[in-house]
Design a protein around this ligand. Structure first.
Ligand code: ZN
Length: 190
């Protein structure tokens, strides 16, 4: 499998006008293979299992928010980077999840070929299914290198997507609180 991957990279190098046998490129196919193994390692991990491993009983029914989770992904259309931040909130319904598991779950979804809208939904869905909370809110803000590097849009344009469940849809106050919290300036919160 690795050999076939490396041959494909060599072919690609040739097609774009390079010489895959020049010194600087000799190890490139191998390096690209290793990089892709890491960047797509999310296919071999189960985000729900990660969340399910750290569930605790709790009587807390206030919003839990994990803000500014950085992620790096690859778009499924061009295999170019998507770089951004995820904000995740939920309102517990008897169960809470270990806080470090939320960024780990985000990484698992990010380390697959993605489109931003789909990743946003997947994160919300996994939380809804495993924690069974009263509500879930997920907002993803990201920059797409396939847009910026190809000059389709202005540099630094950010795409924002959101996925809401339960109380975050039904209750306008909850939704308002969530968006106010994620939009509040960071330096004021610490
Ligand atoms: Zn793309």
């Amino acid at each position: 499998m690795q050999e076939s991957f490396e041959n494909s990279v060599k072919n690609m190098l040739t097609i774009i006008g390079e010489d895959p046998n020049r010194e600087g490129l000799l190890k490139t196919p191998q390096r690209v293979f290793k990089a892709y193994q890491f960047l797509t390692s999310g296919y071999h991990q189960d985000p729900k299992e990660v969340l399910g491993d750290a569930l605790f009983k709790s009587s807390n029914n206030e919003m839990v928010l994990v803000r500014d989770i950085e992620f790096y992904s690859l778009c499924e259309h061009h295999l170019l980077p998507i770089i951004g931040r995820v904000h995740v909130a939920y309102i517990p319904n008897g169960k809470v999840v270990g806080l470090s598991k939320i960024p780990r779950m985000v990484d698992i979804f990010a380390r697959r070929l993605q489109i931003q809208e789909q990743m946003t939904e997947q994160i919300a869905q996994a939380l809804a299914e495993v924690i069974e909370p009263k509500g879930v809110g997920v907002v993803v803000e990201a920059r797409h290198m396939c847009v910026e590097m190809r000059g389709v849009q202005k540099i630094n344009s950010t795409t924002t997507t959101s996925a809401l469940r339960g109380a975050f849809i039904k209750n306008a106050e909850t939704r308002k609180e969530f968006f106010a919290l994620i939009n509040s300036p960071k330096e004021m919160r610490f």
